[in-house]
Write a protein that binds this ligand. Structure first.
Ligand code: NAP
Length: 485
């Protein structure tokens, strides 16, 4: 007797890089009954939420794109954030994703019962689904330090990830707290117009020089648009070239040491002032933290209206910041570039799997998933760019696409009536995570620095393998690793 085909009903949570990729991949695989629930007012994820001055993607734009939406037209080699957001929006239009998306729809709960998934948004609407895919991203919840006296500050206060576009920055005394990729970009952007800019640096960062302000060569876009195969070859070459980053970050070879030597030399060449150079010199290896890339930061921080302060912040006063050396720094605008709670993933959502298991209980020792995408106790639930997603060395778009195709294989089997539920086993997840822990041993991220890559338990929440391994691991689901009904 022929099997009756079923149409899986899918809820995708989030319309950023991972959500867009998932939606398009499902469409291409013939699945159209999906709904994207997005907390923000538009697609884009980090590119929707972040619009601070100086926001530029520090990955070349030709690489920072979806394989299914090649775009040769970038104004710069490293495109500004607004341009990337426009690209994401164009992709959503091109693939008609808005018709499948509810905006301003924050998911507050998702519960699994025998009848499937029940997803609730903040306005109380409930959606039912056979599968839920969390594409909720890593860098979403801003981390705001609790510094004594902050509430007494009389000037403006802003976190970069929730930038207020009406803020005046020109001619003001600006303090920037935090020296990750964001802090470095903000200081570079605001220094010229500020009356004074003070960069509060708790831990110095290595900064790799790159032509981050360089325009794309004239006619490049026009030529590549006429030659899609060449455009594809450029993308493939860059993808392949990014393997070098995976190599130096995961293997302690002479290649890693050579690149680290170049980063150290770059600081010596660009900053001749010995005292400032000492302040800028980290006490850990280059690439241990998420590498900061900038072609303008050292110039900005050397300027006469700029100052780098290493002394610990003691407290905030109505008019500025007091540091441990007793100085009071007068400030009108206080900018927190203090990063994100990177290991929250879909939380604080009340996510409950089989038998009411909550994600907080499942992850009481930290986030874990099988191949970044499946969690024991959570049937018919997957993550895209979930735990251990390769934020350090492999294109996020690439790994999202590979993961989404992997999930589509399960949807095909559901459609064909082969399975009704799929849930990864505890054994497979433990085996995968043990392998990851071993592989993380020799990585540069494990060489003794503090970074957002580390979970509260001190483990590195990254992908420690190369792209080929990622592709292989996610090429075809292995039934032995799953409970199927
Ligand atoms: P981050 O890398 O986590 O840096 C946060 C900074 O805030 C660190 O310098 C940290 O110091 C400092 N900080 C935190 N709490 C503090 C406190 N209480 N007092 C003083 N300093 C404090 O965050 P981010 O710069 O926003 O970057 C996060 C990630 O976003 C990046 O690594 C990158 O992956 C992504 N990003 C990408 C781009 C791009 O162009 N593609 C741009 C921006 C961001 P410690 O080091 O001492 O903890």
């Amino acid at each position: 007797m022929a099997t009756v085909k079923r149409t899986p009903k899918v809820v995708i949570i989030g319309a950023g890089v991972a959500g867009i990729t998932t939606a398009v991949t499902l469409q291409k695989a013939g699945f159209h009954d999906f709904l994207v629930l997005e907390k923000g007012g538009d697609v884009g994820g980090v590119w929707y939420w972040n619009h601070y001055p100086g926001l530029t993607c520090d990955v070349p734009s030709s690489l920072y794109q979806f394989s299914f939406a090649p775009n040769p037209d970038w104004s710069h080699i490293f495109a500004p954030g607004s341009e990337i957001q426009r690209y994401m929006s164009d992709v959503a239009d091109k693939f008609n994703l808005r018709a499948h998306t509810r905006f301003d729809a924050e998911v507050v709960a998702a519960n699994y019962t025998e009848s499937g998934w029940h997803v609730t948004t903040a306005d109380g609407t409930e959606y039912n689904a056979d599968f839920v895919i969390a594409a909720t991203g890593v860098l979403h919840h801003p981390s705001m330090p609790d510094i004594e006296g902050l509430e007494s500050f009389e000037g403006d206060v802003v976190h970069t990830a929730r930038w207020d576009d009406s803020l005046n920055t020109r001619g003001r005394r600006i303090a920037v707290i935090g020296t990750g990729s964001t802090g470095v970009q903000v200081v570079s952007a605001l220094q010229r117009e500020a009356a004074r800019i003070t960069h509060f640096v708790r831990t110095a960062q290595w900064v790799v020089w790159a032509p981050t302000g360089m325009p794309q060569l004239p006619l490049t876009g026009a030529v590549l648009r006429r030659l899609p195969r060449v455009n594809r070859a450029v993308y493939d070459t860059l993808l392949w070239g990014s393997g070098f980053l995976a190599d130096i970050t995961t293997k302690p070879t002479w290649r890693r040491r050579a690149v680290q030597g170049a980063v150290r030399a770059s600081l010596r060449v660009q900053v001749r002032d010995r005292e400032l150079r000492e302040q800028l010199t980290p006490d850990y290896e280059p690439f241990c933290k998420r590498q900061v890339v900038s072609g303008s930061y050292y110039r900005a921080i050397r300027a006469s209206n700029a100052e780098l302060v290493n002394s610990k912040i003691e407290r905030i006063t109505p008019t500025g910041i007091v540091t441990a050396d007793g100085r009071h720094h007068d400030v009108d605008l206080l900018i927190f570039a203090t990063g994100f709670k990177a290991h929250n993933y879909m939380r604080p959502m009340n996510l409950r799997g089989r038998d009411g298991l909550s994600i907080d209980d499942a992850w009481d020792k930290g986030p874990r998933a099988y191949c970044m995408s499946a969690i024991p106790g959570f049937p018919n639930f997957f993550t895209v760019l979930g735990p251990n997603s390769p934020t350090a060395s492999i294109s996020l778009q690439y790994s999202s696409e590979v993961t989404a195709r992997y999930i589509a294989r399960w949807l095909e089997r559901f459609r064909d009536g082969e399975i009704s539920t799929v849930e990864v086993t505890e054994e497979a997840t433990t085996r995968f995570n043990d392998g990851v822990a071993d592989a993380l041993g020799p990585t540069v991220w494990n060489t003794g620095c503090n970074s957002w890559y580390l979970t509260e338990g001190g483990t590195v929440d990254l992908w420690p393998y190369d792209r080929a391994t990622l592709t292989r691991m996610l090429s075809k689901p292995d039934d032995r690793d799953y409970h199927l009904t």
